[in-house]
Design a protein around this ligand. Structure first.
Ligand SMILES: Cc1ncc(COP(=O)(O)O)c(C=O)c1O
Length: 490
């Protein structure tokens, strides 16, 4: 099953070095054990003043939005304190809001735009497709085949691909497929991981061990066969597999291969390889959720980086280069054949669908975006930008004597200041304590996000940064100066 992609030279790897997880977890522990270190109150007043004086257009639009859109916000990852910014244009490494303020864009729409925003060569191809065909026909288009061929060529575990409407849909489909193929029901996820918002996966989200905490509106039955296991705890996974074996078995283990929440709690170097072994031992399928890592960790994704072949792979985000309908299930041919589509199919199948799924626009965008990622070595270059940013952040943090923790896996950079996502929830007592503490820490994270924005840097939820091909050394150095200005306010 395992393979080692010896041809990937470290110089060509998007991840120059896997973080030292022992040291990181010690630093996380130290961060959450001490009181929060937020921005000084007088300085925070000035940050909020930026929004009042410079962002009136955004404020007006967000007020208007509240009348017709619940809470005025439709993006879970977007930063929206003190109110959401309305963006006028996004290009390469920058965004400009409706008031004309320019920002370095480290949100990158939540991850898909590895080439930078609105990458012109892909836009040109999409425009040609729209003129020649139509965004949608409901019938087969050449770009479906081209995209699938390319993904099968670069991703070690993908022998066949079926497009889906989103990462969430792809996860739903993959789990259904795993159950159909194995004839088993139970699915183990790693606590704190995000696998979209389907009924069965709103379980143990964000913080490990939180089970149904966010499962409002979801019947118990829908999560009854979902189990969560603490990150990096292989013994706990084994125990679950053994317990399940006595009750009909485990259909699949689903995992974000870099660790829950895009590596917020990084996986230890060997964790995925051990999961692979456990899946083989217990006849469960291994599902890699590569919605974030797919193509961002290199063309071969996290599976290429770790040298592990999952049975099924979930793709999203980068798969369509920032264009709509980003979702896909890839995997072993014998399993994938249970996803046969069309009317008149008599074979036993796991049913999936979607009117707009696999439309020519998404497939053309994805095909050309992936080709460009390959040609430009986008993941490697974005990874180097991530390294440069993380190194700079570490230096500033150290110089200022702050407890914050910066780390990265290539172009996925984490900047933990409040530690809210790192609270210890490993037992009931700690979980109760964490729930009480989370509110203040979450607010601090919002304040940090607001302060970065007021200094011209947009992050993901004030704690994560995606770099892209567009992030030159100049962009990163500019960003570091801005982060330094924010840390001076603490
Ligand atoms: C690891 C992971 N899986 C699944 C999803 C869900 O994808 P989508 O938002 O396209 O439904 C996300 C979204 O952020 C994700 O990060």
């Amino acid at each position: 099953m395992n393979f080692h992609n010896a041809s990937v030279d470290i110089a060509d790897s998007a991840i120059s070095q896997w973080p030292d997880t022992d040291s990181l977890y010690r630093r996380f522990d130290a961060l959450v054990k001490q009181p929060i270190r937020p921005i000084r109150r007088d300085a925070m007043a000035k940050v909020l003043d930026y929004f009042e004086t410079r962002c009136q257009g955004s404020k007006r639009l967000s007020e208007q939005a509240k009348q017709v859109i619940p809470g005025g916000v439709q993006h879970n990852l977007a930063f929206n304190y003190p109110f959401p910014l309305a963006i006028r244009d996004a290009r390469d490494a920058h965004m400009t809001d409706v008031d004309g303020n320019r920002y370095i864009d480290f949100l990158q729409a939540g991850g898909p735009t590895l080439l930078g925003s609105n990458y012109q060569p892909v836009l040109a191809q999409v425009q040609t497709l729209l003129h020649e065909c139509s965004p949608i026909t409901g019938l087969l288009h050449e770009y479906e085949v081209k995209l699938a061929e390319l993904v099968c060529q670069v991703m070690p575990g993908v022998e066949m691909l079926r497009m889906m409407g989103s990462g969430t849909e792809a996860v739903m489909g993959a789990i259904r497929l795993a159950r159909a193929y194995t004839g088993k029901k139970r699915v183990i996820k790693i606590g704190g991981g995000y696998h979209g918002w389907s009924d069965q996966m709103v379980y143990g989200m964000r913080l490990p061990n939180t089970g149904r905490m966010e499962a409002i509106g979801i019947p118990r039955g829908a999560t009854a066969t979902t189990q969560e296991s603490l990150p990096n705890d292989l013994d706990a996974v084994r125990r679950k597999l053994m317990w399940n074996r006595l009750r009909g078995g485990t259909a699949a283990i689903i995992v974000e291969p870099f660790g829950p929440e895009s590596g917020t709690r990084p996986a230890t170097r060997d964790f995925n390889a051990q999961l692979r072994k456990l899946c083989d031992e217990f006849n469960a399928l291994l599902i890699f959720d590569e919605v974030v890592t797919g193509f961002r960790a290199g063309m071969g994704g996290a599976q290429g980086y770790f040298g592990i072949k999952p049975d099924l792979t979930i793709l999203g985000k980068c798969l369509t280069g920032g264009y709509p309908m980003a979702g896909g299930i890839g995997g072993r041919r014998d399993i994938m054949m249970m996803l046969v589509g069309g009317i008149g199919t008599t074979s036993k199948r796991a049913f999936v669908g979607g009117t707009l799924t696999a439309n020519p626009l998404s497939c053309a965008a994805g095909y050309y975006a992936l080709l460009e990622m390959q040609r430009t070595q986008a993941a490697v270059k974005a990874g180097r930008a991530g390294d440069r940013l993380r190194q700079g952040l570490e230096q500033i943090i150290e110089r200022f004597g702050l407890p914050y923790v910066a780390y990265n896996m290539g172009s996925i950079v984490h900047l933990q200041t409040s530690g809210v996502m790192l609270l210890d929830t490993s037992n009931l007592l700690k979980l109760v304590r964490a729930k009480n503490e989370a509110k203040a820490r979450k607010h601090m994270m919002e304040e940090m996000g607001a302060a970065y924005t007021a200094h011209g840097v947009i992050t993901l939820a004030g704690s994560r940064i995606y770099t892209s091909l567009a992030d030159t050394d100049d962009v990163i150095d500019d960003a570091l100066n801005r982060f330094e200005d924010v840390f001076k306010l603490v």
